[in-house]
Each structure stands twice: as C-alpha cells, then as structure tokens.
Write a protein that binds this ligand. Structure first.
Ligand SMILES: Nc1ncnc2c1ncn2[C@@H]1O[C@H](COP(=O)(O)OP(=O)(O)O)[C@@H](O)[C@H]1O
Ligand SMILES: [Mg+2]
Length: 324
C-alpha cells in the first residue's frame, strides 16, 4: 500500500532583491526587483508503508521544501500529494495527528522548560489518553536514554541530547509516518548511533515509515535501503541504495598527519587532494585499493601521527553522477 503518493509537485519562491545601503533600500521599496527560485520542479514519487527512504542532495536542492510541503507546513504552487489518504495542506488539523516531524535546525521544545514539560503539552495537543501517554513516554525515554536530560531545561542540553528529546516529542502520539529533516546534524557519534538503532527498531516493530533528509553517508548506509537524490528541485535518482553504492559511493577521503616532512606521495588508487609538508588529504578509490592496504603501507613507510577516514561530501558524489 502506498502511504505517500506525490504527483507533479512544484514550488517556487519569489524574493525581493535587496541592495546595500539606504539608497538601495528606498529603490527596492519603490520599485521592488524580484527573483524567483524554483525549489521543486515537478517532483513525483510514491512510498510504501514500512519504508525508510533517504532524501539526499546538495544544499539548496529542495529537500526541506519537499518535507515542509509533505508535512502541510507549506503549500505547493501545483501538484498533488496523498498521504495516509489525506491532503496534507488541506485537512491539516486532522493530518498532523498521524505524522511526526523533526526539523533539525528548529526546535519544537520550549527553550526554558525541561523537555518533560513539553512532552506533557504534546499530550494535551494531540489528546493522547493518559495511560497511553505515560507508557509511550516511558518507552521512548528509555530507548533514547533520556531519563536525566528530559528533566533539565532545554537550553542547557547539548545538540545531541536535545535532538533525542525532539525525537521523543515527535513520536509521543505514535505516528505511522515520520519526517526527519537533518536529524543528525552536529550529533556526536554515540547520539547518532542511538538514533539509528531507535529508528530501525521502531521501523521493524511497528512498521513506522520514515523519510529522512541527511548529509551524512553513515545515516544513509545505516538506515536507507532506498534513496531519492534531488538536485535543483529535480529528482535525479530514485531507487535502491545498493544499485548506486557500488558505483558512486566507493571513494573515501583519508586525512593523514605525519610526524616527519613528506615531500611526495603516491599510491595506487589514491589522488592527492591537498598537501602540506606534514599533512595530506587523499581521495581513495576503494575498488582498486582497500583502506587496509593503504593504511598498512602508510604505517610501514612513514612516521604517521594521525589518520582519519571519512566519506566525501554528498556534493561530490552528485557531481560524479552527473559527469557520467
Ligand atoms: N522561505 C523561502 N523563501 C525564499 N526562498 C526559499 C525559502 N525556502 C527555501 N528557499 C529556497 O529554495 C531552495 C530550496 O531550499 P531548501 O528546500 O531549504 O533546500 P535543502 O533543504 O535541500 O537545502 C533554495 O534555493 C532556498 O534558498
Ligand atoms: Mg534543508
């Protein structure tokens, strides 16, 4: 069964161009010059119950706009969306009872109150029966290990701690469908892993459907069997992660700090991205050279102070997809 059915969604934003200084301000007031930006350009997809779909793309691609429309926070210019049998921006009050949403850059918790108090406001807002609320609250707090942090004022929490509480808040009313916009931005590794485990668990046990936007390759690899890649408001890929992972997600970035000066460096499968006498950043093609091979070569041949392995930014992967 399709839980989400999106057809020909379009959204443009019109903004007034503003110059610097008073003269320009008056000019733009008298004769405003506008620019329009196509945030979504004919977007189509369907999502089945129980899927976890990653919506990925560079900054400004239209991901947040898409989620905001699907949550009923924004109206599209044209197009249709049927979600859980409803039109999000039409019967919004009824609709929001069935969805959960976390927008990573914005908090839905009250800043000066402990999250626990915000949770109780959710109970009233969604008219959750008291017994059910208590039970879900306890389960969620336990799963996200938030016993102590939920009692501190939100403003005192770290980003990772706050995000765990945001997720609890979004799930208290037991939504069938959850939108997560950059939920792991700025999270430490442990919080990130907790969130991953939690999402997978909920998906497995309750068939909760998730759409997640992220810049983080670990989120994608851990959570999403299917990804939708969006660029300039247009979907450029929609399908299994596996199908493009082998082709495009094979590069790693390796940052090496040496304890000695290194004049030149070359190795099979490696491209030097930046170099100073003590530091090199490499792009490694793991199809030709496994990470272990490179690292053992480095440790054998050089006096190495530090090595970090990371994924290239999404932007680079998308450029690569375009090139081919
Ligand atoms: N409220 C707004 N007013 C004007 N332009 C906007 C607004 N929201 C988004 N945009 C523009 O629409 C495009 C898509 O934005 P967004 O959906 O936030 O991208 P993403 O989440 O993929 O980074 C960007 O060019 C952005 O500047
Ligand atoms: Mg965004």
């Amino acid at each position: 069964m399709n839980i989400i059915d999106v057809k020909n969604l379009r959204k443009t934003f019109t903004t007034v161009k503003r110059g610097q200084g008073l003269k320009e301000a008056i000019k733009s007031f008298l004769r405003p010059e506008t620019t329009t930006k196509e945030a979504l350009n004919n977007v189509n997809f369907t999502i089945k119950e129980g899927e976890i779909v990653g919506l990925i793309g560079p900054n400004g691609a239209g991901k947040s706009t898409c989620l905001k429309i699907l949550c009923g926070l924004l109206w599209p210019d044209s197009g249709e969306a049927t979600i859980l049998g409803m039109q999000p921006w039409k019967n919004r009050v009824k609709y929001v009872q069935h969805i959960g949403a976390v927008f990573g850059q914005k908090t839905t918790l009250f800043w000066d109150l402990p999250p626990l108090d915000s949770f109780h406001l959710s109970k009233d807002l969604y008219a959750i029966p008291a017994a059910e609320f208590e039970e879900r609250k306890q389960i969620l707090i336990k799963l996200l290990e938030a016993e102590d942090i939920a009692k501190q004022p939100t403003r005192e929490l770290s980003l990772g701690e706050r995000m765990r509480c945001e997720v609890i808040q979004a799930l208290l009313h037991n939504p069938k469908l959850v939108f997560l916009d950059e939920p792991t931005i700025g999270l430490d590794l442990i919080s990130k892993e907790k969130l991953h485990e939690f999402i997978l668990d909920l998906n497995k046990k309750q068939k909760t459907t998730f759409i997640i936007t992220t810049h983080d390759m670990q989120d994608i690899e851990k959570l999403c069997k299917r990804i939708i890649i969006i660029n300039h408001g247009t979907i450029i890929y929609d399908g299994p992660l596996e199908a493009i992972k082998k082709k495009y997600f094979t590069d790693k970035h390796i940052d090496i700090t040496f304890s000695e000066q290194v004049k030149t460096f070359s190795h099979k499968g490696c491209k030097v991205l930046t170099k100073t006498p003590y530091k090199i950043q490499l792009e490694l093609d793991t199809r030709t050279t496994p990470i272990q091979t490179l690292i053992s070569h480095l440790l054998k041949q050089y006096d190495v102070a530090d090595i970090t392995v990371s994924d290239p930014p999404i932007e680079e992967i998308i450029k690569k997809i375009y090139r081919e």
